[in-house]
Write a protein that binds this ligand. Structure first.
Ligand SMILES: [Zn+2]
Ligand SMILES: [Zn+2]
Length: 294
């Protein structure tokens, strides 16, 4: 199975788990007449949108390169990751607005053991989802899975917030604690959405992915024909990167050998960096001062 299918499979499993969490919360919310649990259930339902966006993004990203898109469609995955960040940001705004509303119009919060059991159960499902998704995200080097796992992590904060609020109010803490807890949770969610924005925007605006010195040192040690390396630039996704650089070599090295060298270096870089590398080498002869050549 290829990487894209593996990522889509993980997203489908998580979609099912998120639906399960949403249905559990909505069911108990209605049964126990608990507003906070019902609201949390609707939030969980919106989480499935994130999974669906991820699946759509991966389906678009897997299309092979064509004449109009010679670099392929991989960045659709990054775009899906960014959209997941926007969704989380929307949830953040909603939490803030609702907290302000509850400062002005405090609502009664009911305490019930079944509601607490339902929340604890869904927290465990979410912890499993976040860990499972993050691990696969790292393994498959997928922006979508990592972004979505950060979102799931925020859901855990939200559920823990609901739980703490219910318990504190049972302990006779004034109802005002409810919006205060919400605003504290909002800080965590803000951090999570910034984290998602940063990683995906970095890919979209071609932020450097590998340090210039690391590449230079590695290539000079890899083959004695590499006399110097400069003008190193790298960009790309977690799983696929482009590296452009200039290599100085002996002037008498044949085109045949220089060509062989560039293929060898690409392969070595791939193994060293643990991801697919598209290396573009500009070969320069040693005797000429390369500064004038470039
Ligand atoms: Zn070639
Ligand atoms: Zn040069």
């Amino acid at each position: 199975m290829d990487r894209t299918n593996k990522i889509i499979n993980v997203l489908v499993i998580i979609l099912v788990l998120n639906l399960l969490v949403a249905i559990t919360k909505l069911f108990f919310g209605q049964l126990l007449n608990s507003n906070s649990l019902t609201a949390d259930g609707f939030h969980s339902l919106t989480d499935t949108f994130s999974n669906i966006i991820g699946i759509i993004g991966m389906k678009l990203a897997r299309k092979p390169a064509d004449k109009k898109h010679p670099y392929g469609y991989q960045k659709y995955e990054t775009l899906a990751g960014l959209t997941i960040g926007f969704l989380l940001f929307g949830i953040l705004l909603q939490i803030i607005v609702s907290a302000i509303d509850r400062f002005i119009n405090p609502v009664e919060i009911e305490f019930s053991i079944p509601a607490i059991i339902a929340i604890v159960l869904t927290i465990f499902i979410n912890i499993f989802v976040a860990v499972f998704e993050y691990r696969y995200g790292r393994k498959l080097q997928s922006e979508v899975l990592i972004s979505d796992s950060i979102h799931t992590k925020s859901d855990i904060f939200i559920s823990i917030g609901v739980l703490i609020t219910i318990i504190l109010i049972k302990l006779n803490v004034p109802v005002i604690i409810d919006p205060i807890v919400s605003l504290i949770i909002a800080v965590f969610i803000f951090k999570s959405s910034v984290e998602i924005f940063k990683s995906n925007i970095g890919v979209l605006v071609d932020k450097k992915v590998v340090d210039e010195e690391i590449i230079k040192k590695f290539l000079m040690e890899a083959d004695e024909e590499v006399l110097d390396v400069h003008r190193v630039r790298s960009r790309g996704k977690l799983d696929y990167i482009y590296i452009d650089l200039h290599i100085i070599t002996r002037p008498e090295l044949s085109v045949d050998k220089a060509h062989e060298l560039s293929h060898k270096l690409e392969k070595l870089l791939e193994d060293h960096l643990g991801r697919r590398v598209d290396l573009n080498c500009h070969i320069e002869p040693f005797e000429d001062p390369h500064i004038e050549l470039h």
